[in-house]
Write a protein that binds this ligand. Sequence first.
Ligand code: SF4
Length: 876
Amino acid sequence: MMDGNSLPETRSTCPYCGVGCGVLLRPDGDGLAVRGDPEHPANFGKLCSKGAALGETVGLEHRLLAPKMDGAEVGWDSALQRVAERFSRAIEEHGPDSVAFYVSGQLLTEDYYVANKLMKGFIGSANIDTNSRLCMASSVAGHKRAFGSDTVPGTYEDLDEADLVVLVGSNLAWCHPVLYRRLMAARKTRGTRIVVIDPRRTASCDGADMHLALQPGSDVALFNRLLVTLYEGGALDKAFIAHTNGFDEALHAAQNDTAAPTGLTETEIRAFCDLWMRTEKVVTIYSQGVNQSSSGSDKVNAILNCHLATGRIGRPGMGPLSVTGQPNAMGGREVGGLANMLACHLDLENADHRAAVRGFWESSPLPETPGLKAVDMFRAVGDGRIKALWVIHTNPAVSMPEADAVCDAIAACPFTVVSDITARTDTARLADVLLPATAWGEKDGTVTNSDRTISRQRAVLAAPGQARPDWDILADVGRRMGFDKAFDYASPAEIFREYAALSGLAGQFGRDFDISGFADISDQGYARFQPQRWPVTTTRKGGRFFADGRFFHPDGRARMVAVSWKPPASKKSPRFPFRLNTGRVRDQWHTMTRTALSPRLSGHLAEPFVDMHPEDAARRNIAASDLVQLVSPTGKCILRARITPAVQIGQLFAPMHWTAETAPSARIDTLVAAETDPVSGQPESKASVVDATRFDAAWYGFAVSSDPMTLDCAYWALARTSRGYRAELAGDRPVDDWEAEARRLFSAPEAEACSIIDAKRGSARVALYRDGILAHALFVAPRPVAVMRDYLADMPGTEAANALSGRPPADMPDPGPVLCSCFGVGVNTIVDAIGTKGLMTVESIGEVLAAGTNCGSCRPEIAELLKMVHSREAAE
Ligand code: SF4
């Protein structure tokens, strides 16, 4: 019998972010052993904390294993027949635009291709949009305006060769950690200068030479100022500008914009512009801080204008680089997953392109106009125009702006289908039909990362229960709707060949996306497929675009777009005086459907929070660890306060991961207004207006348990631990009997109880034991509870005789919240080692504690701790 270690490793790709790291997978009995693929060009063996914990998230906990209709399990035949009939009936009665697909960057390219072909080619509507609309639609729009196509000019290798890297609206250290480490390695060997442009001080600032904390939304003004400086400083490349149109207009608009407010000092602006001007090899990386804006497309074009005007594009070590949030956001763009695009970067509004695709697919006429983009799609669901909706691998009831309204809209939709790996999402709970799809480790297909590298995702685990691949589910519905021949697919390899052949047609129209070199790939070739950057044709493999001055507009030239600064769409007012920025944390992904299953990832930041500047906190009488109520024109949230100068006065930051499953009062997108960029349709997720006040609860609590808990108080936030669960709680009504409340909370009416209740002070500590072993414990106080949380989280399942003390014995120090997820090293352990051992560098901490020596995602936070401890010592 083979043991786990003798099984061969399978090459695949991490499913979390657009870096697209290669992984080597080996089933190990409980789950998967995962390591970075040393040969993958995106990561050369490195993984971040999320990628390294992938093996902990492939269990069957919470998996949807059979189709369901109206809550009852049914067979595939009944479920798919109902889907096909309801979609066909809606089309027949109300026309093709009465149905919609809302899909996801989690889909593999083959899944995406089939979904797009079904909607645009055979249903005859363009109402298919993807959650990538929330992520990088502004980059797509900016690229198309400037280049004539959605082309990413550069590659990751440019980071190794650049002398200056500018991060705009990108916390690369947390959101694309392996790319950040690559940049840090280049900085060490080459001395790469780094500038971070972000209203907030993030982990990415720790390794930077300059942090420009501009006002939200003022990026256009800053890059317009740069364009003017380049012009006045004689740094333009006139020969390259000859390959563009619109330079004079763009410069004129920039010159008229120099007084626009950025919030930066003249010295800061000059220092940045001078550094950019005198450094030829400059890469500008931009991400959600640029894209998620009501002027996102203009921000992208303001950046591209500077690169085009200097010819710093498409040559080694220079160019703009948009980094995407999802593993296959790029694949979705290429395959036409957005409502305004056709497959293979062909244009929906171009009659010749439509005719060519129609001929290739042998389909009905294709829609001539774009379909509904995400925000408009859910508005149409809400006002009854959409009669049948299919949501695939995404959670719009949490992730869309004005999430409460989106929730209500989906609930009221006459027919909603959800394909997912779990029924426990806020959206899946609203579905009429639930379809069990295969998950990451069970799926076969391809993905494209942020630098155009196509990689294989390979199935290494058997599909559990009745789960099926998405391409197979979609094709089955297509056949049941009467399109047998077009959806008669037997494998993802067959779909990939068809897609590659279609891209050859696009190549004949002079489009950039051409992978016709794979049109005849055999099943074996597809199985052995190695990562390759597109284009792949008989004459070309990969490389960069645009250094030769040839672009994809009909005249072959690029276009510089005249852009002017505009403030964020929502206006601050005395009623809503704060601007709210939303974003990600290091160890969570999207709405936590996978990462929350990992105790070590959940240990990094176990609770939703809002960052507030100390001066604002003092004015509002809010202390660290208080609960804060945020109110916007569209919703309300309660979050834990973190008081920090990392955010500016008048600004707040809150993460977007928590849901009704994990912290129902922290669904942050309920606060976000559905204001969109007029060109890209991307919502402005980083500049909503809110008010913030202290939430005075009747009581505050902390609970640990080996079993799930029944939580229904005003505020709760649940997280996994290696011993079960931990929860933060707060209630708005007094409780008379805390022992009875604990038994109810933990569903343990018979457990042996040990409690200390101080009714006068309003505090209670209740421990419940099963056969002498601690099963649950609850700590309650009239103010936020002060107990050693990380120590207590490890107590369930042990005898824990002193659990009620809430703190460890003297010989067992509390490690504090996990900072290094790979080695489980806590904040207190690191602070203690810095102090007692006199450690001065991140490297020396790694030598002593191993922290930061594996994936390296925590190194910026370790550097921050070092700074904090040493500045505290210096002040003493
Ligand atoms: Fe996965 Fe991390 Fe690599 Fe992104 S950087 S692909 S999350 S391992």
